[in-house]
Design a protein around this ligand. Structure first.
Ligand code: PLP
Length: 475
């Protein structure tokens, strides 16, 4: 069941996912109880401060990616491959802040550059700094489809700008996306993040009216959706999380990308790649380099700011990007307006420049992808040894170790009642798996997704040990 899968062989992954619906296993109750006791005793200080935080922070949690079950950990130090909590426990960091920390925590070259800058300047002035152009030039150099680049405050903002620009450029109305893909939490794009009814509170129905979702890899559905809206304002763009839903857990295929690109060209609509996760992680050219495609617009985030905040950006063809207003002027009144007080700040730009240069100088992607292959194979072998049904595959240094199949449910189960039953069972597995790894000293993103940082390639066997300890507790 748990052989390492080919990340671009959707048919194989789909078949295994559907098998997982019938064979899913869980941690032994006795193991869960032990882990819980362990949290109560060895993470008591974290528990107390997270409870106290609820007094002033809604729910006490602000980072939706972090694994906060059974309660959030309070981290006070991050160095190299490790995180340290306020109870004095050390963890291997495979969350990497949800993706930005590709080199490892507090990476010396980045830290030193930023510290040196802060000796003679504050973080922001609101005026132009040469680092802005230096960073934009690097993005254009490494991502051939990007001729011009605009810095923005976050991936969410960059996704918002991408669809606004697509509408302005094409003069068309509708946007098509893939079911389950994440493009930030803006009103129009949050739709269909996790099924049709998720995250709708506080958003009016009209916001979703011009955004439509198709199943992954379904070219016929894409064509049908374009045809459906052709005489109702037309389709401005197809936006896709480059390797598929939730950083690729429901992966897209190369064939789908090639075909989708052709269809967008034929229909006078833009192809937008959301490379917030994959940009500068899969390689310097991102997912589009892997697929051999050339999107009209590319959305960036995460790694481009090295975790320094305000990490968002949009790049693309000159004639489209030139429609973005630059500053405030009578001329710019006719252009697409975007804003952001702290966007393009020199501190983040410098951190981004340093990371991109370091990725090339150290040939990070070659070494990291090799390490990720080793780790993924090791985890797949362990899952097999302990007879734990799991989907195990990696897109470069993004690893998926999925023992629940939560995101695959809509593709494998059609009956709504059965879908709900499956979701409940899968969600329990999802929470407990992350919790168990945390107790074994490894922090991952909720559910099973992990980002391997460069700083961890010397401790792969320690990571495998933690997975082994968890897998041996399944029944
Ligand atoms: N797009 C994708 C594919 C993402 O994974 C994320 C965040 O995880 C976003 C957009 C939103 O980026 P941000 O959190 O910077 O707003």
């Amino acid at each position: 069941m748990a052989k390492k899968l080919d990340e671009y062989n959707y048919a194989e992954i789909h078949a295994k996912a559907c098998e997982l619906m019938k064979t899913r296993k869980h941690l032994k109750r006795s193991a869960v109880e032990e882990y819980m006791k362990f949290f109560e005793t060895k993470r008591a200080h974290s528990k107390a401060v997270s409870e106290a935080a609820k007094e002033y922070i809604p729910g006490g949690v602000q980072h939706n990616l972090a694994n906060s079950y059974p309660f959030p950990l309070a981290i006070e130090r991050a160095e190299g491959p490790y995180l340290y909590d306020i109870d004095g426990n050390r963890y291997i960091d495979l969350l990497c802040a949800g993706g930005p920390i590709i080199l490892g925590n507090n990476y010396p070259a980045v830290r030193d550059a930023v510290m040196e800058f802060l000796q003679h300047s504050g973080p922001i002035t609101g005026l132009y700094h040469p680092y802005e152009a230096e960073f934009a030039e690097l993005v254009c150099k490494y991502v051939p489809s990007v001729e011009k680049y605009r810095a923005l405050g976050s991936g969410t903002e960059a996704d918002m700008v991408a669809i606004r620009l697509a509408r302005a450029y094409t003069g068309k109305k509708h946007i098509i996306r893939v079911m389950g893909g994440y493009h930030g939490w803006s009103d129009q794009l949050v739709y269909s993040y996790n099924g049709e009814t998720a995250m709708k509170a506080g958003i009016t129905r009209e916001c979703f009216e011009n955004t439509h979702a198709i199943p992954v890899n379904d070219i016929d559905a894409l064509k049908a959706c374009i045809a459906k809206y052709e005489n109702d304002g037309g389709v401005a763009a197809f936006i896709v999380e480059a390797i598929g839903q939730d950083s690729g857990i429901v992966p897209t295929t190369k064939e789908f990308h090639k075909e989708a690109e052709k269809i967008c060209r034929e229909n006078g609509m833009l192809l937008i790649y959301d490379e917030v996760v994959t940009g500068f992680r899969l390689g310097m050219g991102g997912a589009q380099e892997v697929f051999g495609t050339s999107p009209d617009l590319t959305v960036f985030g995460k790694i481009i700011g090295a975790g320094f905040g305000c990490s968002g950006g949009l790049g693309g063809r000159t004639e489209i990007m030139e429609m973005l207003a630059a500053g405030i002027s009578a001329e710019s009144d006719k252009m697409v307006k975007v804003g952001g007080t702290v966007s393009a700040n020199p501190l983040t730009a410098l951190a981004g420049i340093t990371v991109l240069k370091e990725l090339v100088r150290e040939d990070v992607h070659t070494k990291l992808n090799e390490a990720a292959d080793y780790l993924t194979q090791g985890i797949a072998d362990l899952a097999e040894t302990y007879n734990v049904p799991a989907l195990v595959f990696n897109h470069g240094s993004i690893l998926h170790v999925d023992t629940h199949g939560l995101q695959h449910i809509p593709y494998c189960v059609s009956d709504p009642e059965e879908q709900q039953k499956q979701a409940k069972d899968a969600y329990m597995n999802y929470l407990e798996f992350s919790m168990a790894l945390l107790a074994e000293g490894v922090v991952i993103a909720n559910g099973g997704k992990t980002y391997l940082p460069y700083g961890s390639i010397g401790i792969l066997d320690d990571i495998l040990k933690a997975y082994e300890n968890v897998f041996r507790n399944f029944e």
